[in-house]
Design a protein around this ligand. Structure first.
Ligand code: GLN
Ligand code: ZN
Length: 769
């Protein structure tokens, strides 16, 4: 290979595309089908139309190989389970009766059968359905969907490349089926799974596939030598097949690390690697193994995880280095474009000066094509594009939005002392006890109360101009009065205002902070038909005025009991937004923390004695590789402390976390230096209480005793049982009584009954102490 011939062959490609359509047509069709308003044929027709439009759009933009099989009615991991015949026993009858209904039953459950469990796809906000496997699992190839979509694209005269979840990642992301011992390792099924992949690859080849992509992002995580051996075996076996398509093994979200030499040596035809900053290391590692002799390299230089324009010169420099390291170098996004919204041009409300910094899936596609052209034909071929890219980047770097001198001066002046409370926990707790005078086992909730139809209607009325701000605020106040009255009557000790004014725990703050942008159409799939519209951390962050104080103060004016102030913490504000790529995450977190710190201080000044700063995302943004954990946890915990350390010792700081296994971050939880933490625990029978105790966690904690994910009402005896369990790990002086999480998704009847039972349980256990 010569760099010159590798360059001349450069092509543009992508691994996957947003599925929903410009007006969320897929969501409407699927939900319509569930409600019986859309027929199966109409749903299939909508889906096929969306696929056609996407492929045409990609091909028209200049993408050479278009991906197929990445489309999904619900989730591509669920599609993979279907493809390999891993349908759980409890769903087999439904699938046999009707493939489509059976598929949705696996995804969502039915009256009688539970769905597959759902969990996060690596560190994205996309959720997949977890395969359930056991020693008795019998796989069987069902290539129908993959083959059909390949044929659809071929029929359009395109050059399609089917994209499949690779066998190693599929097994590594699976879990033991119900009833199978927890220590069962799905990867032990590899030998049974490989023949199924072999058969599917053969079918795809027969149907006309030249290349097939096998996605192995799980190899970008820390893997044991045994797991790496399995990967080596998988690709040795698949590579050895005769009459197979060419195999492209893709990884993304982090560096391949020890898996890189394994795949580089494997008898496959190409590798796709992430070359964005989060996977830094791939470039050096690739050089260290001497490049990919005789193989194709697909270079993910356009970031598929953010919404910012690419830096063409930087990418071309990377691509230039890569030319000497493979027989052919193609250009791609770092991962599927599933994780970004569809089209930045649809945003009409964003200042055009700022909109030019944005690249969603469609714009990223153009960037990929431009870079491939620059690589193949030389930079002379993209002179105009380079010039406008340079100008856009300069406009961003020089903008007052991204460089606010006041914010910069303030973050630069932060000292270690700003992130430390004036007294240690042991002294603060004495002051807080005297100040708050709470009973043992105090009861509280996590913040939100049911978001009723009336509240949603009020927001819609405000948006549509049917009521004015004053009218809207009256409705919010009515709700706060009701929520307060209920809590007083139920006998809860630390009250909340119920968060009725918040559309979402991140968006509500993003809308009020300078430096944040909202999009109108920036929908990204979270799971199934649920899409979110993450706000964009675009510039330096500041808080022009208090955001929550009036609602908390209003609630406090209605009661003698303490009302807890409620804020979303800096880590969660970052985790559920699109973040800046022009400064370290820790710098952005620090800016958000200082803005929130002002809010905390203002709440205290307004008479709030208990303030909760939620960090449900602390665990989920933990980097994929253990070597990167310490660096992340350092800025994450520092930004939390910066938010909360400006208050008096007798002001009690709470935090809250959910959806996670906390075992591996107990030290970080301790480092937050909060006074009280509430955690999700009801489903795991207070396991977190034990985890905290084993670590020697010295502070107060409220492991949840009411599972808010289901409408089920826990009885007082059940809650008391959980509390007694909690008391085995945490002494009564430090144990709180609360639900697992906020109540916004629950209805009022079950909320009332559950909280009344929770108070009864607390009183009963208290009286026995
Ligand atoms: N305070 C928020 C609420 O109660 C917390 C939500 C969360 O942890 N996800 O809704
Ligand atoms: Zn929660």
């Amino acid at each position: 290979m010569t760099p010159k011939s590798a360059a001349a062959a450069a092509q543009a490609t992508v691994y996957g595309y947003p599925r929903q359509g410009p007006n969320r047509e897929l969501k409407k069709a699927v939900e319509g089908y569930w409600k019986g308003r859309v027929t199966a044929d109409a749903l299939r027709e909508t889906a096929a139309g969306l696929r056609r439009t996407n492929w045409r759009r990609l091909a028209d933009a200049g993408i050479h190989e278009v991906p197929t099989g990445d489309f999904s009615y619900y989730d591509h991991m669920l599609d993979t389970s279907v493809m390999v015949g891993a349908v759980p026993a409890r769903h087999r009858a439904a699938v046999a009766a009707d493939t489509l209904d059976g598929y949705f039953a696996m995804a969502r459950g039915t009256q009688d059968v539970a769905p597959l469990e759902m969990t996060k796809w690596f560190d994205t906000n996309y959720h997949y359905l977890v395969p359930e496997l056991g020693p008795d699992t019998v796989f069987g190839a069902d290539p129908a969907k993959q083959v059909a979509e390949l044929k659809e694209a071929l029929a359009l005269g395109l050059d399609p490349r089917p994209v499949l979840v690779g066998p190693v990642t599929y097994l590594l992301l699976a879990k033991p089926a119900p009833g199978v011992p927890a220590d069962f390792e799905p990867l032990t099924l590899l030998d049974r799974l490989l023949p199924v992949y072999a058969e599917i690859l053969g079918d795809l080849r027969a149907a006309g596939a030249g290349w097939v992509q096998l996605d192995e992002p799980a190899l970008a995580q820390d893997r044991t030598p045994a797991e790496l051996n399995s990967a080596a075996r998988a690709y040795r076996d698949l590579g050895a097949l005769t009459d197979r398509p060419k195999l492209l093994v893709a990884s993304y979200f982090d560096r391949l690390g020890e898996a890189l030499p394994v795949l580089a040596k494997a008898p496959v035809d190409g590798l796709a690697l992430d070359f964005t900053e989060r996977a830094a290391g791939n470039l050096e590692d690739l050089a260290a193994v001497g490049g990919l002799r005789g193989k194709r390299l697909v270079a993910g230089v356009v970031n598929g995880r953010n919404i910012w324009i690419n830096d063409y010169e930087k990418s071309l420099a990377t691509l230039g280095t890569l030319l000497g390291l493979a027989d052919r170098v193609d250009v791609a996004a770092s991962c599927s474009l599933l994780h970004v919204p569809l089209d930045a041009d649809a945003e009409r409300d964003i200042d055009p000066q700022i909109a030019r910094w944005l690249a969603f899936a469609q714009q990223k596609t153009t960037e990929i094509v431009t870079l491939a052209k620059g690589l193949a034909q030389g930079t002379e071929a993209i002179t105009a594009e380079l010039a406008s890219n340079r100008a856009d980047l300069a406009s961003r770097a020089g903008s007052a939005l991204t460089h606010d001198p006041a914010v910069r001066a303030r973050t630069a002046a932060v000292t270690d002392a700003d992130g430390r409370r004036s007294q240690p926990y042991a002294e603060r707790t004495v002051a807080q006890r005297a100040h708050l005078r709470l009973p043992l086992l105090p009861t509280t909730t996590i913040g939100s109360f049911p978001q009723t139809d009336e509240l949603r209607a009020a927001r819609a009325d405000l948006r549509a101009g049917r009521i004015d701000t004053a009218g809207y605020e009256e409705r919010i106040k009515d709700e706060i009065r009701d929520v307060l009255a209920f809590q007083e009557k139920a006998g809860i000790d630390v009250l909340v205002h119920g968060e009725p004014e918040r559309n979402d725990m991140v968006q509500y703050f993003a809308e009020q902070l300078t430096g944040y942008l909202a999009t109108q159409h920036g929908w990204v799939q979270s799971y199934g038909t649920r899409y979110v519209r993450p706000p964009v951390l675009a510039g330096d962050i500041s808080r022009p005025e208090p955001m929550t104080v009036r609602w908390t103060s209003y609630a406090q004016s209605l009661t003698e009991r303490p009302v807890k102030g409620m804020l979303t913490g800096p880590v969660t504000m970052l985790a559920w937004s699109f973040v800046r790529d022009d400064q370290p995450l820790g710098d952005t977190a620090r800016q958000v923390a200082l803005a929130l710190r002002d809010e905390v201080d203002d709440l205290e000044a307004a008479g709030t004695s208990v303030i909760q700063v939620d960090e449900p995302a602390l665990r989920e943004t933990l980097p994929l590789r253990a070597a990167d954990h310490a660096g992340y946890l350092e800025w994450a915990t520092e930004s939390f402390r910066l938010t909360t350390s400006g208050v008096r010792p007798d002001t009690q700081i709470h935090t809250h976390m959910c959806y996670a296994e906390f075992g591996d971050i107990v030290q970080a939880i301790d480092d937050l230096d909060a006074d009280v933490i509430s955690l999700e625990a009801a489903r795991s029978h207070m396991q977190v209480a034990t985890e905290l105790a084993e670590h020697g966690y010295p502070r107060e904690a409220g492991p949840g005793v009411y599972d808010i994910h289901s409408p089920r009402v826990p009885s007082a005896e059940e809650a008391a049982g959980l509390l007694r369990k909690g008391l085995e790990a945490i002494p009564a002086e430090r144990l709180w009584v609360n639900p697992d999480c906020g109540l916004k998704t629950r209805g009022w009847p079950e909320t009332r009954a559950s909280l009344e039972n929770l108070v009864t349980a607390a009183r009963e256990v208290r009286s026995g102490l």
